[in-house]
Design a protein around this ligand. Structure first.
Ligand SMILES: N#Cc1c(NC(=O)c2cc(S(=O)(=O)N3CCOCC3)c(Cl)cc2Cl)sc2c1CCN(Cc1ccc(-c3nn[nH]n3)cc1)C2
Length: 440
């Protein structure tokens, strides 16, 4: 990102004397010390551990300065709240670079829609998009501050863990166009009711200074701000709708009421046709030709393994979060999973595998996970991998079982699984929990 320390210090209101570093430019900003490279600025966050514990390591890896909430010997910018400083900096950077933002949210499909919109806009603009699941109050500023210097369009996914989350993200990013994919089932989002989910997603209008594209679902009508320009999609008769759909095994062709051409996408599923229809409309909005849109969608590369709920063959609900195998992400997904109401007569099961590349403190970081497991909410814990042995050894609860063999884990879980269960899977990709999910 193109910012000098002088500029950063002023934007975040650094309280210490940083003048001796003023004219240095920083390369990029990281909160994971393993990603720090020469010339970077480190951002200590309170994840599973206090990020301040990793300032020294960040400098060993090449950081030239760090945010800090307390006096430290290394070069630092002293602020009251590192996360708030990070968010202020991201907001400033967007205002300074004036890169237009297209915001996407929705219960399911927001990742696919984000990918499709980016694929379409990339045909005409230098486009950057949310990577992985970096869609929350940490990931969104991270995405903004990591966009290439020549970015012309920024497609930001906005995720919601709690009411008000999206209002905050929308105020920060100030989108010129917003897309809500669909209002999902309250059942698997700890938001209480579908109304609350609808209200939460409509928070995307808080900072919006352009049009909103939203489902025809009347549940959002109560939350449309006065004089908000809105385009509705869904059933025939709405502003945007699908007029013809032909599904094949690995692809799908559809027509719409607003395109002359038919569109083919390399994935099946009617909801993907809807997501592609939205991306096509955004393409038209930004002046792309139908031919450019058709070509972009025909070859779109979709983010694999989104963090979404899947159904087991026996009907159980499976949540596999394959992103960010670090202590904080494991703690956050456990908190989220534990906050969701159980199914009627259902159990909560957590399948936790090793987090790799955690350096010398890896064993302790795996033991720390015990603090994030609420045995009043979780009925069974399956632990898998060499590092998880550290956690297995200190957990006395009989609900915990430990495996070193993936097949035995799969067999045991499969034999135990009930149709009303909810199962969480979390661990480094190379632990292959995704194979367990596929077999269930
Ligand atoms: N807590 C914690 C740690 C990390 N946390 C995160 O990266 C993190 C991850 C997330 S997240 O949930 O993954 N998030 C990212 C943004 O989009 C949404 C999802 C969040 Cl929200 C916040 C944080 Cl702070 S990364 C990391 C930690 C602690 C250990 N670190 C590795 C490490 C361990 C030991 C040494 C070491 N070297 N020498 N001695 N010790 C060096 C690095 C790596």
């Amino acid at each position: 990102m193109k910012l000098t320390i002088h500029e950063i210090a002023q934007v975040v209101g650094a309280k210490n004397d940083w003048s001796q570093l003023a004219d240095l430019s920083v390369n990029k900003i990281e909160f994971d010390s393993r990603l720090i490279e020469k010339g970077d600025i480190f951002l200590p966050l309170k994840g599973a551990r206090d990020g301040h514990d990793f300032i020294e390591i960040a400098f060993d890896n090449g950081a030239i300065i760090s945010f800090s909430e307390k006096e430290v010997e290394q070069a630092h910018l002293l602020v009251d709240d590192n996360l708030l400083a990070f968010q202020k900096l991201a907001k400033y950077y967007l205002e300074k670079t004036k890169v237009p933002v297209i915001a996407v949210t929705g219960s399911n499909g927001k990742t696919t829609t984000k990918d499709m919109i980016a694929a379409v806009l990339s045909k005409k603009f230098k486009t950057y998009k949310t990577q992985g699941n970096h869609n929350n109050e940490i990931g969104l500023p991270y995405t903004i501050l990591h966009m290439p210097d020549d970015t012309e369009k920024l497609v930001l996914e906005m995720g919601m863990d709690h009411p008000g989350d999206i209002d905050f993200l929308s105020e920060l990013a100030k989108p010129e166009l917003a897309v809500i994919t669909l209002i999902g089932e309250a059942h698997l989002e700890h938001m209480g009711s579908r109304e609350n989910i609808a209200k939460g997603k409509m928070g995307i209008t808080a900072g919006l200074h352009g049009e909103l594209i939203a489902p025809a679902d009347p549940i959002i009508n109560a939350f449309i701000p006065d004089n908000q320009k809105i385009i509705r999609f869904g059933l025939p008769g709405e502003d945007l709708f699908i007029t013809k759909l032909v599904e094949h095994k690995e692809k799908l062709t559809f027509e719409t009421n607003f395109l002359d051409e038919s569109i083919t996408i390399p994935v099946p599923g009617k909801y993907n046709a809807t997501n592609a229809m939205l991306a096509a409309f955004v393409g038209l909005h930004y002046g792309l030709s139908e031919a450019e849109i058709k070509k972009a969608l025909k070859e779109v590369e979709l983010t694999r393994n989104r963090t979404e709920w899947k159904k087991a063959k026996n009907g159980a609900d499976l949540l596999s979060d394959v992103y960010n195998a670090n202590p904080t992400a494991m703690r956050l997904i456990l908190e989220t999973f534990q906050a969701i109401p159980k199914n009627e007569n259902g159990r909560k099961i957590a399948v936790l595998a090793d987090m790799l590349e955690l350096g010398p403190s890896a064993a302790q970081l795996h033991k720390d996970i015990l603090k994030s497991i609420d045995f009043n909410k979780i009925d069974k814990v399956y632990l898998y991998g060499e590092m998880m042995k550290n956690l297995a050894e200190i957990s006395t609860d009989k609900a915990v079982s430990y495996f070193t063999d993936l097949d035995l884990l799969t067999e045991s879980l499969s034999a135990d699984l009930k149709p009303t269960d909810q199962v969480l899977f979390k661990g480094s990709n190379s632990m292959k929990l995704s194979e367990v999910v596929e077999k269930l």
